[in-house]
Design a protein around this ligand. Structure first.
Ligand SMILES: [Zn+2]
Length: 268
């Protein structure tokens, strides 16, 4: 029998207590992490989840005659991929997350401007998260551009596509180097290398973008990768998959360490 799964957004009943909006970066992080854990659990075991929301989640003001204020507790820079719907995978209702989505979650000027706007004008925003995802098509395009000069020559015919691919190439190169350092140069000919490079480059890109944001925007920043396999957000750490959001690498060594763990876990 197929497991039944339901997510119900329900306006809080009169007198029903709802969790307070996160008031710190740590609370915002915990809210997104627990929301994602609930979402993943629904996928694993089925069942029903009820998200109790205020009227503003339905586009209604909290009281008659009042305005509808924008009050997200976090901002997320995510990929446009339809398999990684931000509010859904964090189990959050409308007016909870300020979302910027662009292919490859690259930090272009418009994206940085949007996030800066949120941090400057929406005091309820306590944290920014960069969210990559496994099997990313944009990162795959950048990987193919690195592996095949002909693919890159095709890409540069289209300036809009080139802008995204060029923004991703630094992460792809770092991931490639980590795999070569771990397995040797011949690994580039191994079956499975391209897929491993895509997923490690996704991690590299999310981590690099988190570093960029931490320097460009006056707000706490975390990052993670949404796994299409287990539906949790996390990264590969020293002991395998480490679910949850993570601080940006604090320098070259911690970024290299992160990619070395990811390369080892690729199991090529
Ligand atoms: Zn993507």
């Amino acid at each position: 029998m197929t497991e039944q799964r339901e997510i119900i957004w329900r306006q809080a009943r009169p007198g029903e207590e709802r969790p307070a909006r996160p008031a710190s970066p740590a609370e915002a992080r915990a809210r997104l992490e627990s929301g994602n854990a609930d979402f993943a659990k629904l996928g694993d075991h089925g069942g029903q989840q009820i998200i109790s929301v205020g009227p503003e989640a339905f586009g209604l003001p909290p009281a008659a005659g009042a305005g509808l204020a924008q009050q997200p507790f976090a901002a997320v820079l995510a990929c446009s991929d339809a398999r990684a719907p931000v509010e859904l995978l964090f189990n959050q209702a409308g007016n909870s997350i300020f979302v910027v989505r662009v292919a490859g979650n690259v930090p272009g000027r418009e994206c940085l401007g949007s996030l800066n706007y949120a941090v400057t004008n929406l005091p309820t925003v306590k944290m920014i998260t960069v969210l990559g995802h496994t099997s990313c098509g944009a990162v795959s395009a950048a990987v193919d551009a690195l592996l095949s000069p002909q693919v890159y020559l095709d890409v540069i015919q289209d300036p809009s596509l080139r802008a995204i691919v060029d923004a991703l190439l630094a992460g792809v190169r770092m991931a490639d180097q980590a795999l070569v350092n771990t397995y040797g140069r011949d690994i580039r000919d191994a079956p499975g290398f391209r897929d491993a490079l895509v997923d490690l480059a996704v991690t590299a890109n999310a981590a690099i973008t988190a570093v960029v944001l931490a320097r460009a925007v006056d707000c706490a920043v975390t990052f993670g990768v949404f796994s299409l396999d287990n539906r949790t957000v996390g990264i590969t750490g020293a002991d395998g998959w480490d679910a949850g959001l993570h601080d940006p690498p604090d320098g070259d060594r911690s970024l290299t360490q992160l990619l070395t763990w990811g390369a080892a876990a690729a199991g090529l």
